[in-house]
Design a protein around this ligand. Sequence first.
Ligand code: GRF
Length: 195
Amino acid sequence: KRVAILISGGGSNMVALVRSMTGDHPARPVLVASNDPDAGGLVRAREMGIETAAVDHRPFGTDRAGFEAALLEPLFAARPDIVCLAGFMRVLTPDFVRRFQGRMLNIHPSLLPKYPGLHTHQRAIDAGDAEAGCTVHEVTAELDAGPILGQARVPVRPGDTADDLAARVLKVEHQLYPAVLRRFADGERHPIYLD
Ligand code: GRF
């Protein structure tokens, strides 16, 4: 299976995914693409010998369709079987999602359905939640709402700042996403839960 990974920043989830696709793993990374040409993850992908593409979303302004048409070029050229959004910070239109429906995954830093959207860690702290975590889900037209493929939980500790919690969650993201991708590439759809 050919896997394309979309990033916007440092790409730590992308690195974890790429590192997991070795040996008898049914998938291989074929492209890392970003909406930000300066994304640190692009450098890390190139260092690992992965083909990269950068399509800056800023020149397109509010023209989402225009940006997505530009992004689709390198993405289609890579002929991915699976697309992984990993720290990808642009909302995708239903048209784009439809092209990969059923084979596009995303990792979101909350225990969905709680806290879709942004600032998930601060919201969990403000709500006094005892635990937080991350979710890998299939991407559908509705933001952060597709079928759940996996979740990982961490404790929220007294005095935690959003940064403390973000760091604790990021660690388990790097465990969860590779585990889900391997099963997904094997045709598994039953959700997994890491505690
Ligand atoms: C992190 O906040 C992570 O929780 C979310 O995207 C952000 C950047 O991740 N998934 P990465 O290091 O670029 O993978």
